[in-house]
Design a protein around this ligand. Structure first.
Ligand SMILES: [Zn+2]
Length: 248
């Protein structure tokens, strides 16, 4: 569980510098008269084009994943605001009772943590870093730790790892690719061999012992952004004037 939270923080961490610059710009904007007397030069607009493309692409992909059906599935949790579990009737017939209960217990943990919404947000923040491949690697790495964390939670509630492994393997034939904005039983197909081996080990060996320092990270970021706003408010004019002079 804690490892999954660390990976979740790592997904968002690269946005901190951009948000700090945005906070600084907000501080500078607050210091400006309304309406502003000057206009920005052409170079600023040209420099903004790549960022506009990246943000536009990320928004379109986020919207598309909301409209897109999860496709061929075995068992999946869907719904951003009201997550619910959907089971293919063929899978329910194919699984024995312990395996079906294990699959349902796994999906209930996805419901409890609103994982379809978290997956959708994680995909969006990854798309905002496109085409930077480390961001994509962090996303797939987080998805793998997410499935492990949900497996552990289900097993801690009394589910046998072997039953869950059997359910995952049986549902493979019903799902051939990852679903967008949905939490499946299978998760990332590439991570399956390690996950099945993990499910067959005793639970205790899998538990990590680190806790993410949420409050410290959040407090530090808020402090940095407040300082950036104040700097933008009192010292932003000189730097912006320099930039405008270069662009004009
Ligand atoms: Zn899952």
């Amino acid at each position: 569980m804690q490892l999954e939270r660390l990976h979740w923080l790592a997904l968002w961490w690269p946005t901190a510098p951009a948000l700090t610059v945005a906070a600084w710009l907000c501080g500078w904007a607050l210091s400006q008269p309304d309406p502003v007397p000057g206009h920005v030069g052409r170079l600023i607009f040209i420099a903004a084009v790549p960022f506009t493309i990246v943000v536009g692409r990320a928004l379109m992909r986020a919207a598309w994943s909301l409209c897109h059906s999860p496709g061929v599935y075995g068992i999946v949790t869907v719904g951003l605001l009201r997550p619910r579990i959907v089971v293919a009737p063929e899978l329910a017939k194919a699984l024995d009772e312990p395996a079906l209960q294990a699959a349902l217990a796994h999906e209930r943990t996805h419901v409890r943590h609103r994982d379809p919404l978290r997956i959708w947000l994680a995909q969006f923040v990854t798309d905002l870093q496109w085409p930077w491949t480390p961001a994509r690697r962090r996303f797939t790495g987080w998805l793998a730790t997410l499935e492990n964390a949900r497996d552990d939670e289900a097993r801690a509630a009394g589910i046998e790892g072997a039953d869950l492994a059997a359910a995952v393997i049986s549902s493979l034939r019903f799902q051939i690719r990852s679903a967008a904005a949905a939490a499946t039983l299978i998760g990332q197909p590439e991570a399956l061999p390690a996950r099945i081996a993990r499910l067959l080990r005793p639970l205790q060996e899998n538990l990590p012992d680190r806790r993410p320092p949420y409050l410290m990270v959040a407090g530090g970021l808020v402090l940095v952004w407040l300082v950036a706003i104040v700097l933008g408010l009192f010292c932003g004019e000189r730097l912006v004037d320099s930039l405008l002079a270069i662009s004009s």
